[in-house]
Write a protein that binds this ligand. Structure first.
Ligand code: GSH
Length: 214
């Protein structure tokens, strides 16, 4: 890699989106230091995360040259370019690459924001009832999105092509979040299958154990 990999620090929080990047770094066998932050303090403007990422969101990577990478999709594409033969990101020019980009951007631009707003509704709406409604509405909208995605899934056990990509890792982690795995099992069985297949991969045992998903 252009940057000395041994000097990468991943800022994360247990069970959060940093697990998606943790899994990729583990899969690629890139050494890195994990800095798990307390969920309660992530958004503290004076906290450790704010010094690295003004958006106060994880995942954030601090690279050896002092530069910072944030946004899980950007990190994913960057890692894919650094390790082009890993298969985590399909090769450019293939049909798989187009589909990969399509669903990667959908995950981070459509699904992820439902958590950004729904997890912390009072950042947007002071009123208790309005905040509760926002959370309920974003939860409902997310379920609709996943149901739509389920109809678009044409292959299992991997979403794209014949081998695992970073998209499958996103699915495995994000299906632990609301509405959670049991809901997926019942309502989005193809998506659930993908997640289960990732669960079985030995490369991710450490990531699952550290992140304490339910
Ligand atoms: N678009 C970002 C979203 C990152 C994000 O929303 N992370 C959540 C945790 S999963 C977070 O840091 N939340 C902390 C907060 O908002 O206080 C990405 O894809 O990396």
């Amino acid at each position: 890699m252009a940057n000395q990999p041994s000097g990468i620090t991943l800022f994360g929080a247990k069970g959060g989106g940093s697990a998606i990047i943790e899994a990729q770094l583990d899969y690629l066998k890139i050494p890195y230091i994990r800095r798990y932050l307390n969920w309660e303090r992530l958004n503290d403007p004076k906290g450790d995360l704010a010094k690295v990422n003004p958006a106060r969101e994880i995942p954030a990577l601090l690279l050896p040259d002092g530069s910072v990478m944030t946004e899980s999709a950007a990190i994913t594409l960057w890692l894919g370019a650094e390790k082009p033969d890993s298969g985590l990101v399909p090769k450019t020019g293939t049909p798989e690459y187009g589909q990969f980009l399509r669903w990667l951007i959908w995950l981070v631009a459509s699904v992820y924001p439902t958590f950004s707003y729904g997890d912390h509704p009072k950042r947007l709406l002071q009123d208790e009832t309005a905040a509760r409604s926002l959370r309920a509405a974003t939860d409902k909208r997310r379920e609709e999105m996943w149901r739509q995605f389920e109809t678009a899934v044409t292959s299992t056990p991997w979403l794209i092509g014949n081998s695992m990509t970073a998209l499958d890792i996103y699915i495995a982690v994000m299906t632990h979040w609301r509405p959670r795995r049991d809901w997926f099992k019942k309502n989005c069985p193809k998506v659930f299958e993908v997640a289960k297949r990732v669960d079985m991969m030995p490369e991710f045992e450490g990531m699952w154990a550290r992140n304490l998903f339910d």
